[in-house]
Design a protein around this ligand. Sequence first.
Ligand SMILES: Nc1ncnc2c1ncn2[C@@H]1O[C@H](COP(=O)(O)OP(=O)(O)OP(=O)(O)O)[C@@H](O)[C@H]1O
Ligand SMILES: [Mg+2]
Length: 287
Amino acid sequence: MSSYLNIDHVSITFPTDKGPLNVLDGVDIKVEQGEFISLIGHSGCGKSTVLNIVAGLLQATEGGVLLQEKEVNEPGPDRAVVFQNHSLMPWLTVYDNVRLAVDQVFKKTKTRAERDAWTRHNLELVHMSHALDRKPDEISGGMKQRVGIARALAMEPKVLLMDEPFGALDSLTRTHMQDSLMEIQARLNNTVIMITHDVDEAVLLSDRIVMMTNGPSAKVGEILHVDLERPRDRLALAEDPAYNHYRAEVVKFLHERHVQPDAPASAKADADDDESEGEQDGIRLVS
Ligand SMILES: Nc1ncnc2c1ncn2[C@@H]1O[C@H](COP(=O)(O)OP(=O)(O)OP(=O)(O)O)[C@@H](O)[C@H]1O
Ligand SMILES: [Mg+2]
């Protein structure tokens, strides 16, 4: 049986000044409808490139992407993207940034009043109702990211593609956004692919964690099934041996089996120390 979203043997090579650079080599990920997948791997391995290919913004050199058995060749509202660097239209207000996407998707199926209410509802989900009339340069980076998330959710996409959506947020807002994303996803059964550098975030949110090897020619290294009951409660899970086992598996993959090749020697020496805190190569071990 074919999968809902099939990332099928995707390879991509970019031309560069120093000759062709093979970034992805046969990346194969099958995603079921309603599944929440995290992509994790060291900086520069090609995670954003995978997401951009699924979004239809980049074309694979070999292989391709099928959504419900149809080949993905261009961007479309069935695959909404929350970019690594928030990408709002600077000349539009917070409200209009979301409304534009809502109008694009629901022009024929919702009345003006319904589109207005839906825009406001989605901005409320991310706690941005107080800033509807502000422009992007009048709000913080974290707020911009929340508007980007509201815009993507408001499109009710078949697949939600998120590139480190919470990376720029303070830890309290991040916690809150993770919880609302879990709630929204449980309610709407969205299919999600999320890139993250945060090990706890990956375990908390995902059904499966796809761990990529270092580039160039990055591949899928291992796939971890996170078999924890939903709804998930972060406080209860902190004490849960299964949760801590999954967490340790991801940390081991990143810091023992696939250490960043140019990491300083001291980071490599620390690599088997699961208790080490702080950030190494942007991978957040303790949030
Ligand atoms: N258009 C392009 N032309 C040439 N090289 C590119 C292009 N886009 C990406 N790359 C290279 O592909 C590699 C993977 O980039 P990508 O942005 O996918 O990494 P990433 O895993 O998302 O990293 P990070 O965690 O830092 O966001 C990098 O070496 C990058 O320089
Ligand atoms: Mg990236």
